[in-house]
Design a binder for this molecule. Structure first.
Ligand SMILES: CC(=O)N[C@@H](CCC[C@H](N)C(=O)O)C(=O)O
Length: 381
């Protein structure tokens, strides 16, 4: 298995060269280059023409009862890194601010183990593009990535978590992550001179009211005992102080722990947009795209086994977690193939998606061993 210094070097190499969703060309080349150094005897590969940055690797089992999938995502975010590390991003405006560099390194470490130690069951490693946006998991599934001998009977994947101690494994039964919807709103009015507001139709003012109205969905429309989020993370309108803006673009994301909640919030967004725009005599276009970001629902039986193993294994610091409002398109894959998603603690004071996010590399010391131990245990059953 890759040593800790090798793991750290690999993680830093990925960290220095982040690529956005569907652009992970060099990242895939790096993955392939690393795998090329492994024993090839039990390995075979699959690529997808229409999703060229994806890579599937199959490890042939010695006496397979099942095929087990393991997924690692590989895309970065459009974030300007501010960590000041010597291995900080070399790609301007892009950063592995969600720890997918850690995810890749853990997956490659596990793969390196099974390249040398043939597993009993067959394994499929899915190096997945486009988790942060663009639905890489769903696209791969729909392209037939998991057909025939490439279909796992059960699927596992992790996400790093700065709130957990380094190396801790966190998981829960049922919903681990929220489902999400990407929200795009465009308001159109009439531009004009700042001095003559009565001759124009100001989309800065309309968007201010619309945003305020939309914020009432969570506070006034949903049951306080349930949960939902609407974050509007981006707004663009206007060009200069003395021109009335004829257009505003608002982008955001909805989060809910159930599909019913997501759909209820989405319906309210449409209604509020329609009537608020009308009240300003503006045109509005609303685009709500859930794509593959379904709630991440862990399979009852497989997750019970995962928790049983992780919570009793002497080398694992296991933490029972509560559902989180982060989204994950692994939710789509788990809606097709049963499995378990879990957290890996990377202890950091900065949250995921922060320009200062600095996951602890200590987590790399123990996570691959813990996951290999679980997989071997699973294969023995
Ligand atoms: C783990 C994580 O941070 N995932 C992203 C997933 C984004 C989903 C989608 N593009 C959206 O923005 O709604 C997250 O922001 O939770």
């Amino acid at each position: 298995m890759l040593s800790q210094p090798q793991r750290v070097a690999i993680r830093r190499e990925f960290h220095q060269h982040p690529e956005l969703a569907l652009e992970e060309v060099e990242t895939k080349q790096r993955i392939q280059k690393i795998i090329a150094t492994f024993n090839q005897k039990f390995l075979s590969f699959k690529q997808l023409d229409a999703l060229p940055t994806a890579l599937l690797v199959r490890v042939e089992g010695s006496n397979p009862k099942r095929t087990i999938g393991y997924r690692a995502d590989m895309d970065a975010l459009p974030v300007v890194e501010q960590t000041g590390f010597e291995f900080a991003s070399k790609n301007a405006g892009k950063m592995h601010a969600c720890g997918h560099d850690i995810h890749l390194t853990v997956a490659l470490s596990i793969l390196s183990y099974y390249a040398d130690n043939q597993p009993i069951d067959s394994l499929i490693f899915f190096f997945q593009p486009a988790e942060e946006s663009e639905n890489g998991g769903k696209i791969a599934y729909e392209l037939g990535a998991f057909e025939g001998q490439w279909r796992p009977d059960e699927f596992y994947g992790l996400h790093d978590n700065p709130d957990l101690e380094s190396g801790a494994i966190g998981c829960c039964q049922g919903t681990l992550f929220a489902g999400t919807t990407e929200v795009d709103i465009e308001l159109k009015g009439k531009g004009g001179h700042a001095a003559f507001p009565h001759t124009a139709n100001d989309m800065v003012v309309a968007s201010a009211y619309l945003i305020t109205q939309l914020q009432t969905i969570v506070s006034r429309n949903i049951n306080p005992l349930e949960s939902g989020v609407l974050t509007l993370g981006k707004i663009q309108s206007g060009t200069i102080r003395n021109v009335i803006a004829d257009r505003a673009v608002i982008q955001g994301t909805v989060r809910g722990l159930t599909q019913t909640m997501i759909e209820a919030i989405n319906e309210r967004i449409k209604t509020i947009c329609e009537f608020t725009a009308k009240s300003f005599n503006a045109d509005v276009q609303v685009n709500l795209n859930q794509g593959g970001y379904l709630p991440v629902e862990n399979d009852d039986k497989l997750t019970a086994q995962f928790i049983e193993f992780m919570s009793t294994h002497q080398d694992v610091n296991f933490v029972e977690t509560t559902p989180a409002m982060t989204g994950e398109d692994f939710g789509y894959l788990l809606s097709k193939i049963p499995g378990t998603m879990f957290w890996l603690g990377v202890e950091d004071t900065h949250p995921l998606h922060s320009q200062y996010f600095s996951p602890s590399e200590e987590a790399l010391k123990t996570a691959p061993e813990a996951i290999v131990a679980f997989l071997n245990w699973r294969m023995s059953r």
